[in-house]
Design a protein around this ligand. Structure first.
Ligand code: RIB
Length: 343
């Protein structure tokens, strides 16, 4: 059966097939296939001639049909916690650039930290038989990831270490990042520190908070208070800061779970007439571009996002090529970036 090919203007009524191109070019179907898939096997003169005929006839390969025959989809699925957070879109950008080199499309979804939404995307990617999946998990997804892998989808976890030894992961050292932020606030004389952001059960938050708590516990007279939020966006930061300002125990420093939360904290303090950093210092996490360009430039703990994206997709492509490829946990170094918001 000839797989019919759509013409470039999408008119499938007169779709052009590989056979049509071969006949018009006066070459075999095998030669046309080589021009499309293995151009290095074709002489330059024949390559140019066949490519001209392809352009003139408006032939477009039907990759969907080829993938249907192969049983897998060349696309890569990616589920992040919040697609509005530049931290994740910066990572996705690194992934997309690498995939373009491999002619693979990226399908990006946002769980919005909701386990149901996350599951809907996993269903979609399973139905689509995507070749690979990058995921920053919300819920307990290990059983789902195992099933995806059994059905031929490679999986890499991003922004969180799994410790499962079943799936590779790429993340920053969140414990080190939590220490850097807390040490910086303590060294600048802050003693009443609030950590805003959550949920507490999210591995990244658990590690940052626990490390900060250890640093605070080691300093006489210092204390840390955790203000848990359901999401990690600017609204959560605003609400968390407003609650703190309304309470009796005002902090002299706020460690925000990420920069979006920190930007919300900064807005709430500024609107309440609280001076930053004089009255309250603020530090975030990720060092997204908005941190440096905030009205009061934000100190933050930088995550190497582009490097994270490249490392994640390289691990995934390796696992697609060889399902028995070694499972690796890549842990990247965070970096303290000091700006005006901590003085
Ligand atoms: O993954 C949880 C948080 O860690 C995200 O919001 C992102 O900002 C990263 O810092």
């Amino acid at each position: 059966m000839t797989t019919s090919e759509a013409t470039t203007n999408g008119d499938t009524s007169r779709s052009v097939s590989v056979k049509d191109v071969a006949a018009a070019a006066g070459v075999s179907v095998g030669t046309v296939s080589n021009v499309l898939n293995r151009p290095e096997k074709v002489s330059p003169a024949t390559l140019e001639h066949v490519q001209q005929v392809i352009g003139r006839l408006g032939f477009v390969r039907n990759d969907a049909a080829r993938q249907l025959r192969a049983g897998t989809n060349r696309a890569i699925g990616m589920v992040v916690l919040d697609v509005r957070n530049p931290f994740f879109t910066d990572i996705a950008r690194g992934v997309e650039l690498r995939l373009a080199e491999h002619r693979r499309p990226l399908i990006l979804g946002s769980s919005d930290q909701d386990a149901e939404r996350e599951s809907t995307y996993l269903d979609l990617f399973e139905e689509q038989r995507v070749s690979g999946l990058l995921i920053t998990p919300v819920g307990k997804v290990l059983p789902r990831l195992r099933r995806l892998r059994e059905r031929g989808t490679a999986v890499v976890v991003v922004d969180r270490r799994t410790g499962s030894r079943e799936f590779s992961s790429v993340a920053v050292d969140d414990v080190r990042g939590g220490r850097l932020a807390a040490q910086h606030l303590l060294e600048s004389g802050r003693r009443r520190i609030a950590f805003i952001g959550g949920p507490r059960g999210l591995t990244q938050i658990k590690h940052r908070l626990h490390a900060a708590q250890e640093e605070v516990d080691a300093v006489d007279g210092a204390r840390l208070r955790f203000v848990e939020t359901g999401t990690m966006d600017a609204d959560a930061g605003r609400r968390g800061a407003e609650d703190l300002l309304a309470g009796p125990d005002r902090p002299d420093a706020i460690f925000a779970a990420n920069d979006l939360v920190a930007l919300g904290v900064l807005q709430a303090l500024t609107l309440a007439g609280v001076r930053v950093p004089e009255d309250v210092a603020i530090i975030g996490f990720d060092d997204i571009d908005f941190a440096a360009s905030a009205a009061i430039p934000l100190s933050s703990v930088r995550q190497p996002r582009a490097e994270m994206g490249r490392a994640a997709i390289d691990l995934l492509l390796a696992a697609i090529d060889d399902p028995a490829a070694q499972v690796r946990d890549i842990v990247l170094e965070p970096e303290l970036v000091v700006r005006r918001s901590t003085g």
